[in-house]
Design a protein around this ligand. Structure first.
Ligand SMILES: [Zn+2]
Length: 558
């Protein structure tokens, strides 16, 4: 309702402006026409073709650090070059090197022993628990009493603290992987393992055990997590060879299966059933568990080199051209893994050959404009997303342009082009002035805006825009909404089915039914328009006053 009201006011103002400065409005219209022309150049077939190449078996699933990924990266760089975009990587190249650390837990030497009333129970790797090992040290050990700290969240801004009344100093903390029902992006933020680990360390913990619960089992089952151990665990390394998000204070880590988690509470003040029931009712409990845990992590470590691909379109405004709008899409997928239905190549057609192909088509649309946009644009194709947003996090920490010159990020990942596009969900928009941009772009393309339909999936922290947010850059991640004009087409069912049968499986390939490239092109036009509006605005985007992410991270941007 308030949007309609403000539209009326805007129309009224426009009339006055038109009378007073006719010339200026003409140039605004000319600009609109230029945007329309650029958007009409976006072709569904071009998206399909690039997607087909990038998700071909020949590229072996584009696993980070593999030959298949390298071919994909060369393809992106070659496309950027043929468009006449400038190289914006290291040393005048299109590539930014991303030093990575491969950490593989040694399943035969890693051990977890729980001692209850003097009795030892040795848990079995794969069945009862797994560990991702330690990214910095080949061998670590810890033995300490365990405290259960619910979701392990301390959120003063929400008046919420799972550690209240708990002494975690020198203890191993056991916690769940979720977060309380805060607003969607805050819930996502507090569910991130980096935030939980850092909070555990702040409370003096020396080790960490994640516990499965029935809700998380539904979202990402323990068996899936075991299967995903076949994909490499990676971190990026800083100049001192320190892995990102590494907490040396934590000398042991493990993840317990749902069955093991149920047994874990035995003999304590609250049973697993009580804990799970409380969680279901939106509450968590925290209490000491009469268990001493002994974790011995053994990890195989190896350094590998990954790379991002970066290209630049120079802006036309003499001042604004020194500022950048960054379009990002992750190029990597999972590579080759455990076979599913006889196929072991995880092609990642939607995840994220789609976003990479759209990145290219958006670049082409900008490049085809008679007048270049006022701000400069970076087209960034990142590595290591599937392993934890690594390429984007590295770039956001060490951009190849001055850090303070990055004004906004627009991220594209897993475009669900599986039904005609009617509405759009834009993660991150509500935190900054980008919200107004999104509203204008959506209205112009006849798209409606919808709220996050799946807050429990914590999408806000699950793709590369979060890396930019953490460095203080206003960022958005638009995805297809779940509305439909046709009662026979039910996007929420299609989406659910896709998640169950194709997401992160070899069946996310070009043979999957229902790919709608017109929907992809419409999405690309929306993404183009958002970026175009940001490039033209004399004011750079700003965080909303008092916004959580602005308050926590804006200082990082300088
Ligand atoms: Zn993915």
């Amino acid at each position: 309702m308030s949007i309609r009201k403000s539209t009326h006011v805007a129309l009224l103002c426009l009339c006055v402006v038109m009378l007073l400065v006719l010339f200026a409005t003409c140039s605004v219209h000319a600009n609109h026409d230029a945007a329309d022309e650029a958007m009409s150049s976006i072709r569904p077939e071009a998206i399909r073709a690039d997607m087909r190449f990038l998700s071909d078996d020949a590229l072996e699933g584009r696993g980070t650090g593999t030959r298949g990924y390298d071919i994909a990266a060369k393809f992106m760089a070659t496309q950027f070059e043929s468009l006449g975009l400038q190289p914006a990587g290291d040393n005048g190249s299109y590539f930014q090197s991303v030093p990575l650390r491969l950490a593989k837990p040694d399943e035969t030497k890693t051990t977890l022993i729980l001692t209850r009333s003097g009795k030892d129970e040795t848990l079995s790797f794969h069945k009862d628990y797994i560990s991702h090992g330690n990214p910095a040290l080949a061998e670590t050990s810890v033995e300490a009493p365990v405290v259960f700290v619910g979701d392990g969240v301390t959120a003063p801004d929400q008046n919420y603290d799972d550690y209240q009344g708990i002494d975690a100093k020198g203890k191993i903390v056991a916690l769940m992987a979720e977060a309380p029902n805060f607003e969607s992006s805050l819930k996502a933020h507090y569910s991130s393992s980096e935030v939980k680990l850092s909070n555990a360390v702040a409370h003096g913990a020396v080790g960490i055990i994640f516990l499965y619960d029935p809700v998380f089992e539904q979202l990402y089952s323990f068996n899936e997590q075991v299967r995903d151990l076949s994909f490499p665990g990676l971190r990026w390394l800083d100049k001192q060879q320190r892995p990102n998000d590494y907490f040396p204070e934590l000398k042991g880590s493990a993840i317990l299966s749902l069955e093991a988690a149920k047994k874990f509470f035995a003999g304590g003040p609250h049973s697993a059933e009580e804990v799970f029931a409380a969680m279901k009712g939106g509450k968590t409990m925290s209490f000491a568990v009469p268990v001493i845990a002994k974790i011995h992590n053994v990890t195989g470590l190896q350094n590998v080199m990954g790379r991002n691909v970066v290209a630049r379109l120079e802006g036309s405004d003499p001042t604004l051209k020194d500022e950048y709008v960054v379009y990002s899409a992750h190029l990597d997928h999972l590579g080759i893994g455990e076979p599913v239905k006889g196929d072991s190549i995880y092609n990642g057609a939607l995840d994220n050959a789609s976003g990479s192909a759209i990145l290219l088509e958006v670049a082409r649309a900008f490049r085809g404009m008679k007048t270049r946009p006022r701000r400069s644009i970076l087209f960034l194709s990142v590595t290591g997303e599937e392993a934890g947003l690594l390429g984007s996090d590295y770039f956001a920490h060490y951009p190849t342009v001055t850090k303070s010159s990055v004004v906004a990020n627009i991220n594209m990942d897993e475009d669900l082009m599986l039904w005609p596009l009617r509405d759009i969900v834009v993660f991150g928009a509500e935190h900054s002035s980008l919200d107004a941009v999104v509203q204008k772009a959506a209205a112009r393309l006849g798209l409606s805006e919808s709220p996050d339909p799946v807050p429990e999936e914590v999408v806000f922290i699950r793709s590369d825009q979060y890396s930019f947010v953490k460095q203080g850059v206003p960022a958005i991640f638009p995805v297809a909404g779940l509305k439909s004009d046709d009662p026979k087409i039910k996007p929420s069912e299609i989406f659910k089915n896709w998640e169950e049968t194709r997401y992160h499986q070899p069946q996310d390939d070009m043979d999957q039914p229902g790919l709608d490239f017109d929907a992809a092109a419409k999405y690309a036009r929306f993404v183009f328009l958002c970026g175009f509006m940001i490039t033209e605005d004399p004011q750079r985007p700003t965080w909303n006053k008092g916004d959580f992410f602005g308050e926590h991270y804006a200082h990082q941007a300088n």
